[in-house]
Structure formats: structure tokens, C-alpha cells
Ligand binder design. Structure first.
Ligand SMILES: Cc1ncc(COP(=O)(O)O)c(C=O)c1O
Length: 387
């Protein structure tokens, strides 16, 4: 007798019959060589159509649990007897042998907030109020991207959608004074991927990476997971104390937040900026400039990025996480020209490219001026909220 938990939804009947029979076969209720009821008999017994049972039997046949010969009842195969065993609990599974990278990642503090019910007062850092997201403008831009005529849907260039890179080229010039070629721009899945790509391109296990102290934890985590040796440089109210930098030639990479030190908030003064660049030049090393909220300055004019005096030693990283939303996972890098090739190769291996529709939507928001008008609105709103 086939045991079946009866459900009311007809569409799930085939799946329930399939699962029920599969469990009974693998757990030994049906032994190899035993016969199952004919599809007609089982359909009658369960009060379902014969097609429903036949579809479940077909699935069991294709997975090798049963065979059916013309006119005969389905027979349980010997191979089908134990192909699928579900451990009773995770505790019974052997400890996975993960890579050195994964082991280092697992040893880091877990920075994943549990799914939780809405808090009455939410002081978590980094999120954007849902009411601040420009829903209509984004929907319009995304609709246009999805509906735009294109011959085929295929992979894009790993560096990113051409329209977005063109739009970013103009935006970066207008908003941050950065003048670059579109071949120097790579669209990434948020700053986090930019940091990960920097680690892939420059850092081998044991390589020294200069970090601010205190430091943005997600930047430190990328470097620690890669196996880097962090060199922590203390920060004061003006950001990183560049007089404490180590001998540059031994350093693979440095990470700074010069426009708004995270988390202390200082702005790196020009003397320290020059010292940092000279240090990088003398050691032929590179500096990551994380300009995560460069659009937002309230008491002073926007701070020019380090990139502008960088003499080819600065990798500029920007994001829409603070202007639109971190949920979009969109960011961009501006690279010294000679670095474009290794970064494009690593980006392609990592995820081929960032999501095309979202890239196009952002491109059209920038091109129509909707992005910058939203940033201006956010700047105004944030300034009001500060007072
Ligand atoms: C210092 C710093 N950099 C970058 C980001 C943004 O990261 P992402 O673009 O990966 O969302 C944040 C977000 O809170 C940040 O605090």
C-alpha cells in the first residue's frame, strides 16, 4: 500500500507522489525487485488522475529508482535502493574540508545580521531609509532598460555596460573632478567587490597591506581572508597619520578613506595626501581610495579626491550604496590605465559582469539628470536632519 500524505492542491499531487515513493524506496519500505502498483491502481487508490501518477513514475524512472516494462508493473531497481540518503541531522555530516581562504573567512567576526523583525529604533549603520529611495525614477529607468529593443540577451563586457561607463565618466568629472578614459572605469557589485578585486590583483598570502586604525571592517576582512598581513596605521582627527607608514617597498597595497575617514570622520589634509602619494610612488605600490560618501559634505565644499593628485598610484572606488541604496549592489572603480587589464580579467572570472538591466537603469538615471537631482535632494534632506 503506497503511503501518501494527501494534500488539497492538485498541482502538487505529482510531486507528493514522487517524493513519497522515492522516500519509501530509499528507506527500504520497497526493496529492489519489488513491484509498485500499476498507475491505474494507484490513481484509483489516491483519487487522482492516471496522468498525475504517470508523471510521478516518469520522474522516478528518469532518476533510476524504478523501471517499467511494457504491460508490467513498475519495479524497484537495485541501484535505486540507496542512491539518496539524507543525513538525519547536520551533526552527522563530516566536517567539510574547506580551503585556506574559507578557513580564514570563517575565523573572522561574523558580520551578518540575522533576519529580524522590524526594530522600533534601528541604529544599525549603513542602511538607507526605504522612503529615501527614488522609487518612481528607478522604476522608470529599470522599465526602460528591460523594454529596450535588443537582438539578444547575452553577456556583456566584464568592465561594465558601455552606456553606464560613459555616463559615469561624465558624472565623475562633474561631481568629483575626475578626468579619465572609459577604459579606466570598471563597474562592480558595490565597493565590496572593488576591494575584493584589489586583493585578488595585488595581494598574495603574507603580503603586507596598510590599513587605517580604526578601519572599515569589511575592507580589513577582505584583506585578512586573502591572507594579507595587515599593517595598522593609527588615525587621529585628520585621518591616517602618514608619518607612521612602513617601508613602502614591502607593501602590496594601502587602503584609505581620505574624504571622510571611516569611522572617525576626519578629512585627510593636503600635507598627508602628498606624503601618502610620495610614499606609494617610492615603493611602486597602490592606494585604494574608498570614496563611499564623497557626494555628501555639509560644512565644507566636497573634498577633491586623492585620485586627482595620485600620479597613477590611486585606485578610486565609488558606490551608489549611500546615494541610492546598498540593495542595488552597484559601484565603480577608476583605475590607473595600466591596471585595467588585470582587473577586467579578475572581474570576469569572479562574476562575468554586474547585472546588465540595473547597469542600464543607472546609466539612464545619470544621463537624464535624475541621479544628480536625487543626490542634491538627499544632501538637502540629510543637512536638515542634522540640525
Ligand atoms: C567605509 C565604507 N566603504 C564602503 C561602503 C559601501 O560598501 P558597498 O558599496 O559594498 O555597499 C560603506 C558602507 O557602509 C562604508 O562604510
Amino acid at each position: 500500500m503506497v503511503q501518501l500524505v494527501k494534500g488539497s492542491r492538485k498541482s502538487g499531487a505529482t510531486r507528493r507522489i514522487y517524493l513519497s515513493l522515492r522516500d519509501q524506496i530509499t528507506s527500504g519500505v520497497y526493496d529492489a525487485g519489488e513491484r509498485l502498483p500499476s498507475s491505474r491502481a494507484l490513481a484509483g487508490e489516491l483519487g487522482v488522475s492516471r496522468t498525475t501518477v504517470t508523471a510521478a513514475y516518469d520522474q522516478l524512472i528518469s532518476e533510476g529508482y524504478i523501471t517499467v516494462r511494457q504491460g508490467a508493473k513498475p519495479t524497484v531497481t537495485s541501484e535505486g535502493r540507496h542512491p539518496y540518503t539524507r543525513p538525519a541531522s547536520q551533526a552527522q555530516e563530516p566536517t567539510p574540508q574547506v580551503s585556506a581562504y574559507a578557513s580564514r573567512a570563517m575565523a573572522l567576526p561574523k558580520n551578518i545580521s540575522a533576519e529580524q523583525a522590524a526594530l522600533q529604533y534601528d541604529f544599525r549603520y549603513g542602511d538607507i531609509a526605504s522612503s529615501d529611495f527614488p522609487k518612481l525614477a528607478w522604476r522608470r529607468a529599470l522599465n526602460a532598460a528591460v523594454l529596450a529593443y535588443r537582438e539578444r540577451l547575452g553577456y556583456e563586457h566584464p568592465a561594465g555596460n558601455l552606456a553606464l561607463r560613459r555616463a559615469l565618466q561624465g558624472y565623475l568629472w562633474r561631481a568629483r573632478g575626475i578626468e579619465c578614459d572609459i577604459t579606466q572605469i570598471i563597474v562592480v557589485s558595490g565597493s565590496q567587490q572593488a576591494l575584493d578585486l584589489c586583493a585578488r590583483v595585488f595581494v598574495d598570502p603574507g603580503g603586507q597591506v596598510v590599513l587605517e586604525e580604526p578601519c572599515y571592517p569589511m575592507a580589513r576582512n577582505v584583506m585578512l581572508a586573502t591572507g594579507a598581513m595587515p599593517v595598522a596605521i593609527p588615525c587621529d582627527k585628520d585621518g591616517m597619520d602618514t608619518s607612521r607608514l612602513p617601508v613602502p617597498k614591502d607593501v602590496a597595497l594601502a587602503f584609505v578613506t581620505p574624504s571622510h575617514q571611516f569611522p572617525l570622520g576626519g578629512v585627510l589634509p593636503s600635507g598627508r595626501r602628498k606624503a601618502l602619494i610620495e610614499w606609494a610612488i617610492s615603493g611602486n605600490t597602490y592606494i585604494i581610495e574608498d570614496d563611499y560618501d564623497g557626494e555628501y559634505r555639509y560644512d565644507v565644499r566636497p573634498i577633491p579626491p586623492l585620485w586627482m593628485i595620485g600620479q597613477g598610484r590611486v585606485i578610486y572606488v565609488g558606490t551608489v550604496s549611500k546615494t541610492l541604496s546598498p540593495t542595488l549592489r552597484l559601484g565603480y572603480m577608476v583605475l590607473p590605465g595600466t591596471l585595467a587589464e588585470p582587473f577586467v580579467r579578475c572581474k570576469q572570472i569572479t562574476d562575468r559582469h554586474s547585472s546588465s538591466f540595473e547597469q542600464e537603469a543607472l546609466a539612464s538615471m545619470i544621463e537624464t539628470g535624475a541621479y544628480e537631482s536625487h543626490v542634491r535632494k538627499m544632501r538637502r534632506l540629510n543637512a536638515e536632519r542634522r540640525t
